[in-house]
Design a protein around this ligand. Structure first.
Ligand SMILES: [Ca+2]
Ligand SMILES: [Ca+2]
Ligand SMILES: [Ca+2]
Ligand SMILES: [Ca+2]
Length: 387
C-alpha cells in the first residue's frame, strides 16, 4: 500500500514539471503475434527478470493464458500457454508470494468454473500449475492491491452474475483467504483500486454494465470496505480506471462506455466523492482502457479499444481534467484487451492490443518524435510491479 501511495506522489510530481512542447505522436502497428483462442485481456510485466517487458493474454476460447516473452526491441517470443479455469476474461500480474518473481491471476467466468486462478512465477518466464479460488458468480475481471496494509498483495474480482465484488486477502505465500463479497451495481464488468479519499487505505471502483454507473467502496485499511456509493456514468460501462487527470492530487476516475461509444471522466474531490461525469466520444463500442503519457508532455493520456470498429482511440490529456478529440488507429479484428508499457526500451509508452477474432495480439510501437524524457507508466503497471 505504501508503494502505491509513493507512486501517486510520483505522478503528482511528474505532472507538476510544467508545459513541454507538444511532440507529434503516432503508433506504428508493427507486428502481430498468435495467442490462444479468443484473447480478451492482456497484461504486461517482466516475468523473467531480464528488464524487458513481457506479455500475458487471457484466452477466453481455449481456457488458458499465453505468455510472450519480450526481446526488448518490440518483438516477442512465440506464445507458451498455461491452462487456467474455464473461459478466462481477465488477467493481472503481481508478486503474490513475495519472492520477487511476478505471478499471474485470471478471472474465469465459465459455468462450472467461476473462479480465480493463481499461477506462481518461477522467475524464468515459466509458471506453476494454476490453483483456483472460488469467487462470486461470473467473475469477469480481476485486480490486485494490498487492501489491508500487511505488505501482501490481495485480489478483488468483479462478479458479473452476482452483482458484487470479491475480496481475497493474500497470505503472502501465494495462497489466499476465502472470498468475502460486497454488493455493487448491476453486472459489474471491471474493478480498479486506488486511494480515492487520501487516507492511505486502498479503495475500490467497479464499472457496472447493467446499471450504467460506477460503484465506489472506501477501504477501511483492514481488508474490509464501506457500502458502495454509485455515480452515473455513460451507457454500459465496461472498464474503470483511475489516475489524477487534473493534477490536484486527488485521484479521478474514467470509464469506457460500450453502449454510448464514449468515455466518462469523473473528477475526484479528494474525500471519496466525485463530480458529475463529463463524457468524450471515444469510438464505436469502446471497451478496455489503458492510461499513460503517450506524447511525452507529462500529462496522462487515455487509450481505449473499439470492439466493432477494429480500432483503438487515443485521447490526449490536458492535465486540467479535459481531453483532446480522439485519434484512431486500426488494429486487428474485434479488439478487446489493451495495455501500455515500453516494449522496446526507448522511454516511450507502447501499446499491446488483443484481437479476439484473430487469436492474436498487435504491438503498436510509439513513434513519438522528440527528446526522450522520463517515462510515465500506467498506474496499473506501477502499482503491481513495485515489491
Ligand atoms: Ca522479460
Ligand atoms: Ca512471486
Ligand atoms: Ca482510501
Ligand atoms: Ca484529480
Amino acid at each position: 500500500m505504501k508503494n502505491c501511495i509513493k507512486y501517486f506522489i510520483l505522478v503528482a510530481t511528474l505532472f507538476s514539471l510544467g508545459e513541454h512542447a507538444f511532440a507529434a505522436t503516432y503508433f506504428a502497428n508493427s507486428s502481430t503475434y498468435p495467442t490462444g483462442d479468443v484473447p480478451v485481456s492482456v497484461f504486461s510485466a517482466d516475468f523473467n527478470g531480464d528488464g524487458k517487458m513481457d506479455i500475458a493474454s487471457a484466452n477466453f476460447g481455449s481456457d488458458n493464458i499465453s505468455i510472450l516473452l519480450g526481446n526488448g526491441d518490440g518483438t516477442f517470443s512465440a506464445a507458451v500457454n498455461y491452462t487456467v479455469g474455464i473461459e478466462p476474461r481477465s488477467v493481472f500480474s503481481a508478486d503474490f508470494n513475495g519472492d520477487g518473481n511476478m505471478d499471474i491471476t485470471s478471472a474465469n467466468i465459465g459455468l462450472g468454473s467461476e473462479n480465480i486462478s493463481i499461477l506462481l512465477g518461477n522467475g524464468d518466464g515459466t509458471f506453476s500449475v494454476a490453483v483456483n479460488y472460488v469467487a462470486g458468480d461470473g467473475p469477469i475481471h480481476v485486480f490486485s492491491a494490498d487492501f489491508n496494509g500487511d505488505g501482501n498483495m490481495d485480489i478483488t474480482s468483479s462478479n458479473y452474475l452476482s452483482d458484487n465484488i470479491s475480496i481475497l486477502l493474500g497470505n503472502g505465500d501465494g495462497t489466499f483467504s476465502a472470498a468475502v463479497n460486497y454488493n455493487v451495481g448491476t453486472a459489474p464488468r471491471s474493478v480498479f483500486s486506488a486511494d480515492f479519499n487520501g487516507d492511505g487505505n486502498i479503495d475500490i471502483a467497479s464499472a457496472n454494465f447493467g446499471s450504467d454507473n460506477i460503484s465506489i467502496l472506501l477501504g477501511n485499511g483492514d481488508g474490509t470496505f464501506s457500502v458502495a456509493v454509485n455515480y452515473v456514468a455513460g451507457d454500459g460501462p465496461i472498464h474503470v480506471f483511475s489516475a489524477d487527470f487534473n493534477g490536484d492530487g486527488n485521484m479521478d476516475i474514467t470509464s469506457s462506455n460500450y453502449l454510448s461509444d464514449n468515455i466518462s471522466i469523473l473528477l475526484g474531490n479528494g474525500d471519496g466523492t466525485f463530480f458529475t461525469a463529463v463524457n468524450y466520444a471515444s469510438g464505436v463500442t469502446s471497451g478496455f482502457l489503458s492510461l499513460a503519457d503517450f506524447n511525452k508532455d507529462e500529462k496522462i493520456d487515455l487509450a481505449v479499444v473499439n470492439f466493432d470498429s477494429d480500432s483503438i482511440s487515443i485521447l490526449f490529456g490536458n492535465n486540467d481534467g479535459t481531453f483532446s478529440s480522439r485519434v484512431a488507429y486500426f488494429v486487428g479484428n474485434e479488439p478487446q484487451g489493451i495495455f501500455s508499457a515500453d516494449f522496446n526500451n526507448n522511454t516511450r509508452n507502447d501499446l499491446i492490443v488483443t484481437n479476439s477474432l484473430d487469436d492474436s495480439v498487435s504491438v503498436l510501437l510509439n513513434q513519438t518524435v522528440g527528446a526522450p524524457t522520463q517515462s510515465l507508466q500506467t498506474p496499473q503497471a506501477h502499482t503491481i510491479t513495485e515489491p
